[in-house]
Write a protein that binds this ligand. Sequence first.
Ligand code: DGJ
Length: 784
Amino acid sequence: MIRKLKGENPAFVLDTQNTSYAFRIMETGQPEHLYYGAKITVNDVADLEALSEKRAFQQGNSIAYDQEHLSFTLEDVSLEMSGYGKGDIREPFVEVVAADGSFTTDFVYESDEIKSGKTELKTLPSSFGDDVEGLHVTFKDKNNGYTIILSYYVFEKEDVITRTAKFINSSSATVSLRRLMSTQVDFNEAGLIVSTFRGAWIKEMQMVDTKVSAGKFVNSSFTGSSSNRANPFIMVSREGAGEYQGDVYGFNLIYSGNHYEAVEVNAYDKTRVVTGINPTQFNFSLKPGDEFEAPEAVMTFSKDGHNGMSQNMHAFVNDHIVRGEWSKKARPVLLNSWEANYFDINEGKLVALAKKGKEVGVELFVMDDGWFGDRHDDKRALGDWFVNTKKLPHGVKGLAEKINNVGLDFGIWIEPEMVNVDSDLYRAHPDWAIEIPGKHHSEGRNQRILDFANPEVVDYMIKSMKDVISSGNIAYVKWDMNRIFSDVYSQYLPEDCQGEVFHRYIMGFYRLAKELTESFPKVLFEGCASGGNRFDLGALCYFPQIWASDDTDAVARLTIQNGYSYGYPMSCVSAHVSNVPNHQTLRKVDIEHRFAVACFGVLGYECNLSDMKKEDLSAIKEQIETYKKFRECMQFGDFYRGKFGNVVEWTVVSKDKKQAVGMIFQKEVRPNSPFLDYHAKGLDPLKKYHFYSKEAKVSIKMFGDLVNGVTPIHIKQDGFLHGLIDKFVTPKGDVEDYTAYGDALMNAGVGLKPAFSSTGFDMEGSVRIMHDHNARLYFMEEVQ
Ligand code: DGJ
């Protein structure tokens, strides 16, 4: 609920179910931030007096606002928005250069409006929802007459508040907008912990905590995308906050380009958080009457730790970001050709692979890179979006028919934002690539970025991609993007608009994504950018799921998927089981343990099933059956993190709390450590559950020459007799099978069978044999 409290100057209180956000307009006209956190009771303006900061004298060598307000320095006030030049020397919200070259702005309150409903941004994707209220406060710059409208939206149920800003050049001259942030939250304290998610290719979303007691900490991307280097999602917590307790704020941005999150502590121990478009190389020229929209920023708060914050973000993304046909629809189990064949594909190979997929229960077959133009490697043909008939003699249409006849849906890979120099498209339109004519150009995967700041290029690609997607019975599109920006220059824009290229590119990308997703509403689009180089809320407005990382190694994926789970629901995170040795790490993890990690998300397979052992194929068949039984829960249930150390513990619970799946994954064996328990999360405390696992696979060969301890004759390890015994004697693997109430499973936990500790093994499954990189899955179903 949004309330305007009447007083000499207006004040505003924004309430969600469990949080409150308050600010007021000061005597001097600037908006003073009063509070953001756990819900508080405020009935009228007088109730805000207690919590507002008191001022009585001029502070040292700070700037007083003016003669009438000598005790008032903007440097030491919590503000909703700030400019440069009037005494606030912290990170600004807005920076604009006037026609006379001056940078100083002073935005003061003009009017406000509370409206129900969510207004869509005109130039960028934004959240949606029916039951949303918006507050729009207009400010006028005293120096030059510019206008800024700050918009706030309240999503009560999810405990989310979003903010955006619009700059209108209501002056009579052309100006340069150097930055316009999306949100600014000032805290009256220092020493907050900022959690960011850094990484690079195949090691996305590595969480790092930084305590900011002084100076400035910046999380940002300058790759042209939201990037795997620094995801735009961050957390800000009070010291002592943990997974299930303590104050945690979450911030994210509905934007896929260069972003910027700065956390700055000033001389008075106040912390400012700003998030928005990265101001580096950003410079928008705005003529009189022109407007500029900042991306929508998403904010949430929970006093129940990181998990409470994550639950809010997950609900918000599922209900107010992901849209269209697939937003709540069960996602198919897919088989992707990339790690099976890389570029070496043809109709015969693909159909053979699809048949194998069908046998094990796959529902969708995806032809990855290599199907078009002269594409035999990553050096050529991007941009030439016509089928390679040597590889696919019956075209995309013919292949799709064949795959459909196998009984699978068919999906295709595209990379519409890129061009190879060695392509017909580049030869015809060299000026369509982002590069500085006549200057040395740096390389990234042998490709260049198409200039989406040029509307003609976007129009061309809309047409090309519509032709591709309608060229056969295509049910799924994987939209890839494999280069980060360098040598940034648009040959379409004039010299003085080159500071607009990054942002105009992103607006072009969104136009293409909107056109295609709206033209093919039934098609499931999956985002991808060398894995997770563009995993953000902007992309999720068009692509319901994103290929989270090119790393398919189960151990590496633990950290990556755990990292995503802080800000994003599992329905968005796609995860594949691949071959071993793993192509990214060369690590070997058995098939059931690879599945245990990949099933926490949107499951797929990416391996050459045609070459796989029979046992692995039957394991996969069983995995897919299990996944389908729990799919709704795995994809749309509530996800909870548990232990995260040598043992990683995850739980996902269906919305009705009737089903849950838990996992423990042990990174390495620790000797003589028999005890381990699993604590469920999120269950209904009063429901009784059947808690069970499937029998773990154990074989005589696992014990090597220890077999001699129980055999009357000597057995040579890996010799004929060893093999024979292994074939006919199968020890039972550990199984857990109990019934218990939800509160017991969560609070007391389940004591698991003891781990093998050199002695004590029997043939009855009383001992848990877990090697390095082994997992167990636990299923919980309500007992009537
Ligand atoms: C990078 C992606 O992340 C991979 O999954 C694959 O699609 C390749 N590109 C294809 O070039």
